[in-house]
Ligand binder design. Structure first.
Ligand code: UD1
Length: 320
């Protein structure tokens, strides 16, 4: 049995990873400061994991949490392009300095592997689709700069210290437990919960922007594969984690209307600053080296996500 450290364990992707690891009977240590993660994401699991309420900005806490760890799945970060535009220094601190603390501690603890959660945003708004890992990055927001800087640190720790690292460039991950009640929530979590409550959604721009929306189970399996794939095929590399299909926001809204029963208006507002128009991944490299394949497609993922939020809102109504 290996010991996995999941940073950001109470967050959206982190808490889904914790569940998958426990289902495989792995030992899990979780670290989270509850800045955007929620205690309820781990509620029924707290007794099964070694949970540390700590901040990745505290190097001593990270060093202590790294003791005896075999694999690090580094998910802790501050998401959201608009959040980074409102407070670029904070996004930089958490995403870059926090990652550096995790890397230093992982190097010193001689972990077997570190898998880093990166982002499709590093590609920016270049017109060429699909995005391939060998394309030059072109960040267009403070968030994407921070994710690119973190990636470069991760790769440099592989090159300079021989730390076995893998970077996963997530493309708009969505699914159960994604933060839905923040102004910085991702679009699908926001739209699903608003529609279920009969509230209006706002589309920034014409809605023809598109994303390679990826159901969270695919990201979870990519992490598990990245932790165990033959080291010579993955160390120091970046992999797109996506489905290889592109859905416009307008199409997503049409599907969501069908799934939620929402019949009210959807309003439009001006384009959002720092927004990428289209994102679509070439997932060939992950298929080849990680044996990754997207198991849940967009529509199936959307169905499961709506069902989960519906259940949550029913439970909230009962408890109220
Ligand atoms: C970006 C990254 C993604 C990363 C995420 C972390 C890209 C292409 N994607 O997501 O990989 O995981 O940051 O935060 O860079 N929108 C609305 N109305 C809303 C909210 C959003 O129209 O109320 C629109 C946005 O303008 C955008 C799209 O929906 O065009 C998706 O936005 P969002 O969910 O915030 O994610 P990205 O910024 O694409």
């Amino acid at each position: 049995m290996a010991l996995y450290l999941v940073t950001g364990a109470a967050g959206f992707i982190g808490s889904n990873l914790v569940r998958a690891l426990l289902a495989r009977a792995e030992q899990v240590r979780g670290l989270d400061n509850f800045a955007t993660g929620k205690p309820e994401n781990l509620a029924e699991l707290r007794s099964q994991i070694d949970f540390w309420e700590s901040d990745i900005l505290d190097p001593e806490a990270v060093r202590a949490a790294m003791e005896g760890v075999d694999f690090v799945l580094h998910q802790a970060a501050l998401g959201s392009v608009p959040r980074s535009i409102a407070d670029p220094a904070r996004s930089n601190r958490v995403n870059v300095e926090g990652t550096l603390n995790v890397l230093v501690a992982a190097r010193d603890a001689k972990v077997r592997r570190l898998v880093h959660a990166s982002s499709s945003s590093v590609y920016g708004d270049t017109p060429t689709l699909p995005k391939r890992e060998d394309m030059p990055p072109n960040p267009i927001s403070p968030y994407s700069v921070s994710k690119l800087a973190a990636e470069l640190y991760v790769r440099t720790f592989h090159r300079v210290y021989g730390l076995p690292t893998v970077c996963l460039r997530y493309f708009n991950i969505f699914g159960p437990r994604q933060l839905w009640d923040s102004q910085y929530s991702a679009v699908l979590a926001k739209f699903i919960t608003r529609m279920l409550q009969g509230e209006t959604c706002t589309i920034f721009g014409d809605g023809e922007q598109s994303r390679d929306f990826t159901y969270v189970e695919n990201a979870v399996s990519a992490n598990l594969l990245a932790a165990t794939a033959p080291i010579d095929q993955v160390a120091g590399r970046f992999f797109n984690i996506a489905t290889g299909t592109r859905i416009s926001l307008n199409r997503a809204v049409t599907l969501l209307r069908g799934l939620t029963g929402y019949e009210g208006p959807v309003v439009h507002a001006p384009d959002r600053a720092g927004d990428v128009k289209h994102a679509l991944a070439d997932i060939g490299l992950a298929e080849k080296h990680l044996d990754y394949e997207p198991e849940v497609d967009f529509e199936e993922g959307l169905k499961r996500t709506v069902a989960w939020y519906r259940e949550q809102s029913a439970a909230r109504m009962v408890s109220a």
